[in-house]
Every structure is written in C-alpha cells, then in structure tokens.
Design a protein around this ligand. Sequence first.
Ligand SMILES: Cc1cc2nc3c(=O)[nH]c(=O)nc-3n(C[C@H](O)[C@H](O)[C@H](O)COP(=O)(O)OP(=O)(O)OC[C@H]3O[C@@H](n4cnc5c(N)ncnc54)[C@H](O)[C@@H]3O)c2cc1C
Length: 430
Amino acid sequence: MNRPQVVIIGGGFAGLACARGLAKTKADVKLLDRRNFHLFQPLLYQVATGALSPANIAAPLRSIFRRQKNCQVLLAEVADFNTVDRKVELIDGRSVPYDYLVIAPGSTHHYFGQDEKWEPLAPGLKTIEDATEIRRKILSAFEAAELLQPSPARTALLTFIVIGGGPTGVEMAGAICELAKHTLKNDFREIDPRQARVILIENSPGILNNFHDSLSTIAKKSLVNMGAEVWNNTRLTEIHEDHVIVTQDNQSMRIDSHTVVWAAGVKASPLGKKIVDRLGAPASLDRAGRVVVDKACAIPGHQEIFVLGDAASFTTEDGKVLPGVAPVAMQQGRYVGELIAGTLKGEAISKSFSYLDKGNMATIGRSHAVVESGKIRLSGGIAWLAWLFIHILYLARFENRVLVLMQWFWNYLTRNRAARLITNVESQVK
Ligand SMILES: Cc1cc2nc3c(=O)[nH]c(=O)nc-3n(C[C@H](O)[C@H](O)[C@H](O)COP(=O)(O)OP(=O)(O)OC[C@H]3O[C@@H](n4cnc5c(N)ncnc54)[C@H](O)[C@@H]3O)c2cc1C
C-alpha cells in the first residue's frame, strides 16, 4: 500500500514543529525549503550588529531531521500549486505530489507600495543575507567616517536611522547604540563613535505598541538613556542614498544619513496568493495577504491543505486575528502535525486549534527588556534574564545554545561584539 505523502513547505518555526509532530506516523514527510537551514529570526538583529555569527542562529535542516527516518528534506523553491492533480510545483519545473499539504513559507518585507525604491536603500531584517548586509552598512559607515575631517558628510555617516518602533526596530536601535557607545568607543583615532546619532522613527505616539502603556514608556526611556533619539508621530515619506525625508506636525524634515534600517512591516509570502488563486472561493486572503484558515488551520473547503504561521490568518473565538510571532507558528505546527497523525490513524479529531498566549517580550539592550505575561509585567534586568532564557530555550540545536550562551556571557563581560566583519564587499582592486 502506498504511504500517504505529507508535503510541508517551509522549515521555519511552523514547518519544523509540524514535521516533528509526524515522526511516529506511517506517512512520508517531505520538508521543502529554499534554504538548507532553519533560521532563528528573533536573533537576526544580533548578527546585524556583530554580536553573533550567522551560524550561531541557524541549524541545518538535514541535521535536525537526521534521526526522523520518515522525513526527507528537499532543498527546493516552491513556485506554484496544481491543486487538481495535487502537486506542488517547483521553480526548476519539477513537481512533488501530496496527499496532505502544509504551507508555512512565512513572510517578507513590506515597504507600503515603495518596495522597488526603498528596499535597496533601507534593507529589512528577515534573512541571514539581510543581517550581513545591514552589518556591512553600519560598520562601513564608521570606516568611511574615519577617513573624513569633521564635516556634515561625516555627521551623515555617523547618523543611523531605524524605521519602525516595534520589537525589531527597538532591538536594532538599542544594539546600534551599544555598538557605537561602548564596543567601538576606543577603536578609531579620528572619530569618536560615541558621537553617533541613532534615530528611531515611529509613526504612532508610542513604541512597542502591543505592550501595556507602562512597559512601552519604560522601553522608550531605556532607549533614550542608552543614547537613542526616539521620534514619535513621525512619518517617513522619502528614502534616498544619503538622506531621508520625514514629516512631523505636517512639516517636512530632511535627515542626512547613509544607513537606514527597515523594521516597519512585513507582508505574507506570495505563495498564499498562489494557492488561493488556484483553489478559488471559498479560499481567500485577508488584507495583509495572509490565507484565511478555519479552526483547524485548513483552507475552508480543503481539509487536506493547511496554512500556518506568518502566512495564515487565523481568527480566534473572540474575533482577534493571531499575530505573526514564533509561538503562534510553533503551536499551529504542533497542532496540525497531531491532526494529520490522528487522521492517518483513523481517529476523528474535532478539537479546534486554540492558541495559548504566554505573553510578549522585547529586549532593548544589555540588562534592559520588557516582558508581559497575563497580569505580570516585568522590566529591567529580570525581564532581560527572562528574555535570555526563553531565546536560548527555543534556539534549534544544543550546540547553538551552548555557543550563544558563551558568546553572550563574554559580550556581557567585555561589551565586545566579535563578529564585526564587513562582508559582501565588491573589491575595487582587481
Ligand atoms: C527580525 C525578526 C525578529 C523577530 N522577533 C521575534 C520575537 O522576538 N518573538 C517572536 O515570537 N517572533 C519574532 N519574529 C517573528 C517570527 O520569527 C515569525 O513569526 C516566525 O518565524 C514565523 O514562522 P513561520 O514558520 O511562519 O515562517 P518562517 O520562520 O519565516 O519560515 C518560513 C520558511 O519558509 C521558507 N520558504 C519561504 N518561501 C519558500 C518557497 N517559495 N519555497 C520553499 N521554501 C520557502 C523560508 O526559507 C523559511 O525557512 C521576528 C521576526 C523577524 C524577521
């Protein structure tokens, strides 16, 4: 008898949890990813600011599934779907047949309709390449400034702009401050890196808006104490090679800077639109381009196709759409793994997916973080320790956990960021 074929697209948090949940089944699981590694995105900002190396926060998918004999990892980019013949179509023209299809390709940057113009000027943080590109831009700006006499051009090089006051923007702004004010402070002869300006631009009146007001206020104070400028109620209108234009109180302002980091928004993977187009109604997308799923995380009318994590729009009993965060992706992955496993055993599973919200956390810098879980609200050193513990716990692979822990301990003692490498440079010397 042919074994059921479960195809999972995406080895991120959702896909990984789902594949693991199918370990003890009689299905053949094919995990397709265009990358050969699982990436722990929450620590990308540390790669972008030289605190960690890329390999510290990534784990090869093949080694993760080495012992799960029913799971085959395929390095493959999915381009489309043939839902009539039940096949996933790959970018190289091959196809992979499925009985059950789990779509978990995550999200990409969203530049509010300005993608082509803004993306090359203000890289967002989503992949290892993004992180090393941001690292290159930040470190190169200090290097270029060292070659100049005091001048507006030098000031522009030492001005760093982060767009978006959510967790990623706050983490980036805090980490650039630490880099400039502590790590690099004795490394240059012409410039004083402590003079660098780090400006966080946020459209709304606060930062970390999904946190309680008190924590949002504490986070802002901590960032300012670390040396960042937080510009609230400020809208970005233009980005250029050497400056940005923002609007505050209906007045336009120019800020000269060569380093702009985008942390203002993501949109769902384009694969969501592909599957909805192929299936037609009742399959649909929400306004953020995520596939609307039912209580079992399946596409309505297609109980064999599931969409998970950042690519899915799941509405809870109380009418809230679940956010694009790692715990949602992991819990959905586990749930769908169990659901398919149960179905294969002939068990009727009627339980809907329900999300256990354990809270929010964001770090601002050394010994500064905010944590919110139910009625518990923490900030400062204790919140930072909680943040550290949770991030170590969820890093894939024991080896990465040990290495990151040691690296953090060393960074804490010395304020060093050893991975300050300028890579991706096209040499001028032939
Ligand atoms: C900088 C940053 C910081 C974050 N910080 C936090 C945090 O502190 N806490 C938190 O809870 N969440 C955080 N998040 C969000 C969290 O990382 C996401 O919600 C989570 O990764 C979503 O999991 P996923 O499985 O849906 O997608 P992902 O983890 O993004 O995985 C998607 C996978 O699909 C693959 N893929 C995509 N398209 C294709 C294709 N066409 N063919 C084949 N493979 C494909 C990708 O290579 C990737 O491996 C952060 C995200 C970012 C970018």
